[in-house]
Design a binder for this molecule. Sequence first.
Ligand SMILES: Cc1ncc(CN)c(N)n1
Length: 217
Amino acid sequence: MTTFSQRLRTANDAEWRAAVEHRFVDELLAGTVDDGVLAHYLVQDYQFCDAFTMLLGQATASAPDLAARLPLARQLGFFAADENTYFIDSFDALSVSEGDRVRPALTQATRAFDQVMRDAVESRSYACVLAVLVVAEWLYLDWATRPDATTPRATRPEHVGWIDLHRGEAFETWVRWLTGQLDAHEPTDATERARVEELFARAVTCERAFFDAAYTP
Ligand SMILES: Cc1ncc(CN)c(N)n1
């Protein structure tokens, strides 16, 4: 039987594929992404991390019980530690200025994604928060496990580090758990269901736009 999360993904297949097969991913895996493009992308993504941290915190708060709260809290801790270290190391390697690390000018794509996450947080709905989390994590797992990612030509830590953060057993288990949560909390109420579908679709569009924006100065 097709699960709720699979149906949501299929309903957004064109945009999802456009993100997974994006030029940015091609170049990252090949190790040929321009330093300026990668720096611009990472500077914006560090700002994305702010609302994403809120989203994980809201998921922890909106989860129905301790059994669901614990994996979310663990991921929040990992995100605040290992992923943050990757950003700092990469900013150093790419000579990103202090201003761009702390308060860069935001692209339209970053602002739009930020709004989607804040809308999900404000809903306080577990299913709505999960919808955005599922897109942000599952779509990244998808590109990081593309067939050409098995033996990526990339060797620099800034490239390999970003790929490795989004693949491997722990990340796959996390994404499987997230999609399972969304399936288990598929809304029965039509209005709530429509909100979940809308947030999921907006998030997928934002993912593609976020990669596009890496090439826009
Ligand atoms: C834009 C975006 N989307 C998803 C992820 C993976 N959490 C990310 N770091 N940045």
